[in-house]
Ligand binder design. Structure first.
Ligand code: ARG
Length: 590
């Protein structure tokens, strides 16, 4: 077991011994923010003391009297208002590293009680190109899925594609009268987008066009064979283009149940909500009101329009119900941009009302069912916008939204130029592969690195730089370590049984940082913030470089050489695994 876990379990037991009725699940051990004071820290006793109106330092002293971590820690200290600071014994540190070197762990452990999480991400709309806004959802969602899976959780990824709605009236009208078959062949989504824009523009001026589009929509909704056939074709063409992008980004989905999948469930859902009084009519529409919720008081959720059409929220309620029935998740995570915050607040509030309503109308044995369903954690993981270097929404030079495919092409082209300047001696095919990995890695990393809730400025020069907190910097650190092994003329496997000896301060700093990998992964999963991992990996590369500059590896004497090669190997493995969680590949040589 990893040291911080051992400390945590022992601390929890000590707390239980002093406060038998305390909930110890929040008694956690985290890296100490300042290494001056220790390696790990717990601040849990302060909140426990506060809840019970105890003196926190006194509580800490009592807990400490029951705590024996002498096997792995030096003397434990009480600091400040009641923090506990732990410093590992050097032997505990080296043993952990040696076990990792032998491949027994990579500084993380699988969750003791795995949960099931559904992740709804990417979710582009049919007949529209995936644009730069979809990149954040795709990349963030993808890395959250990988993090949770690595930690041993069961993850169901679902692409909630926008394949139903009023836009299809216009698309069908355009398709029937203005379709250019050649254009459809060469760029299907571009052609569909053109049709939509054209009909939409004329519809704004001419009522007859609006009416004709509505007719097409009604026909589609009532199952007209021709319209259904065209609609299916539009979906298939879009899906094909999305799949090309997903393959390039290395993103896979377990399911892609689009909005249309839930269509048959919408009417019964609204009827049910009306019947049990959760929804009511208002000016011809049907809505759920949240009178008792100050934030949503003036924002009822519409679930049926006055013309009988259903809303985005209706589909999302049906989707939620389906997911609960089908996968019984503990958690559902929605990854979209910040402009959908109100929608998800309404959805979660409507869902809570719905569940209360249904469970209270099932009097027998309802307690169990109610808690099981209501305990699902719903999380809206939202993100800010991507801005151009002028601080305005990111656009092409001619003012259009940037298409994802073009963006990825440009990333690879720019990276190819950089690689060719830096390493002209490498064969062209290899330079292309390096450019693919670093170019795509740079775009992904630049997207994951900022706090997701802030906007960020898209800058090619910054994200592709070999110096700085970028993917190429991390990939370069990895390749550099691999080149050490090439030069050592040994494989990295040979050092896996070396004794680890930590003497130089740079070695110690690197070793301790390696130990925080698992804690970082857990923090990413808990707060849905892959940027924690980006910063962790950057720190790791910085610490590795300091170590490598100050501690000779290949020129060191035999015993030290083995230990240092083991450190190199562990760093490379953590870098590789960490980047993999972010969806970023590595190359052996750059
Ligand atoms: N298709 C939507 C859009 O492009 C995103 C859907 C997000 N998921 C959901 N369950 N509402 O804005």
């Amino acid at each position: 077991m990893l040291p911080h876990k051992q400390i945590e379990l022992k601390l929890q037991a000590a707390v239980r011994a002093v406060l038998p009725d305390a909930d110890v699940s929040a008694v956690l051990v985290r890296p100490c923010p300042d290494p001056k004071f220790g390696d790990y820290q717990s601040n849990a006793l302060m909140s426990l003391a506060k809840m019970r109106k105890l003196n926190p330092r006194q509580l800490a002293a009592e807990v400490l009297a029951k705590l024996d971590v002498s096997e792995i820690c030096e003397k434990v200290e009480i600091a400040g208002a009641g923090f506990l600071n732990f410093r590992l014994k050097p032997s505990a540190l080296t043993q952990t590293l040696e076990a990792a070197a032998r491949g027994e762990h990579l500084f993380f452990e699988k969750a003791a009680s795995p949960k099931t999480a559904v992740i709804d991400f990417s979710s582009p709309n049919v007949a529209k190109p995936m644009h730069v806004g979809h990149i954040r959802s795709t990349i963030l969602g993808g890395s959250l899925a990988r993090t949770l899976r690595l930690l041993g959780h069961r993850v169901v990824t679902d692409n909630h594609i926008g394949d139903w709605g009023t836009q299809f009236g216009m698309l069908l009208l355009g398709w029937k009268h203005h379709l250019k078959p050649d254009a459809l062949k060469s760029d299907p989504i571009g052609e569909m987008e053109r049709l939509y824009k054209m009909v939409n523009a004329t519809g704004e001026k001419m009522e007859t066009v609006r009416d004709a589009a509505k007719q097409e929509l009604v026909k589609l909704q009532s199952g007209d064979a021709e319209n259904l056939k065209i609609w299916h074709e539009m979906i298939a063409l879009s899906q094909k283009q999305f799949d090309t992008i997903y393959a390039r980004l290395g993103v896979k989905f377990d399911h892609a149940l689009g909005e249309s999948f839930y269509n048959p469930r919408l009417k019964p859902l609204v009827d049910g909500l009306l019947a049990n009084g959760i929804a009511r009519e208002s000016e011809g529409a049907i809505a759920i009101f949240f009178e008792d919720n100050p934030q949503l008081k003036s924002h009822p959720a519409l679930i049926r329009k006055s013309d009988g059409g259903f809303n985005y929220t209706t589909t999302d309620l049906a989707t939620l119900a389906y997911r609960l029935e089908t996968w019984k998740p503990d958690e559902i995570i929605y990854v979209t941009d910040g402009r959908q915050q109100l929608h998800f607040q309404q959805l979660f509030a409507a869902f809570a009302k719905w569940m209360e309503g249904t469970t209270s109308s099932v009097p027998q044995n309802s307690g169990q069912r109610r808690s099981a369903v209501l305990q699902v954690k719903l999380a809206h993981v939202w993100f800010g916008s991507i801005l151009g270097e002028d601080g305005k929404p990111f656009k092409t030079r001619s003012g259009e939204t940037v298409k994802l495919a073009d963006l990825l092409d440009e990333a690879e082209e720019r990276a190819f130029k950089i690689v060719s300047e830096k390493s002209p001696e490498l064969p062209e095919a290899q330079r292309h592969e390096i450019a693919r990995v670093t170019g795509l890695g740079a775009v992904k990393y630049a997207d994951l690195l900022p706090n997701r809730q802030s906007d960020y400025i898209f800058s090619w020069d910054k994200m592709l730089a070999l110096n700085g907190n970028t993917a190429p910097y991390l990939q370069y650190a990895y390749a550099r370590i691999r080149s050490i092994f090439r030069k050592s003329e040994t494989s990295n496997v040979e050092h896996r049984t070396s004794n680890v000896e930590l003497k130089a301060p740079e070695e110690l700093a690197l070793a301790k940082h390696l130990l925080d990998f698992g804690l970082t992964l857990e923090a990413v999963a808990e707060e849905y913030r892959p940027n924690f991992l980006c910063n962790y990996l950057f720190e790791l590369a910085v610490k590795f470089n300091a170590f490598f500059e100050n501690c000779p590896v290949l020129k060191a004497e035999e015993a030290v050489r083995g230990s240092r090669l083991a450190l190199c190997d562990l760093t490379a493995r953590v870098l590789r695994q960490g980047l993999d969680v972010l969806g970023i590949e590595v190359v052996e040589q750059m």
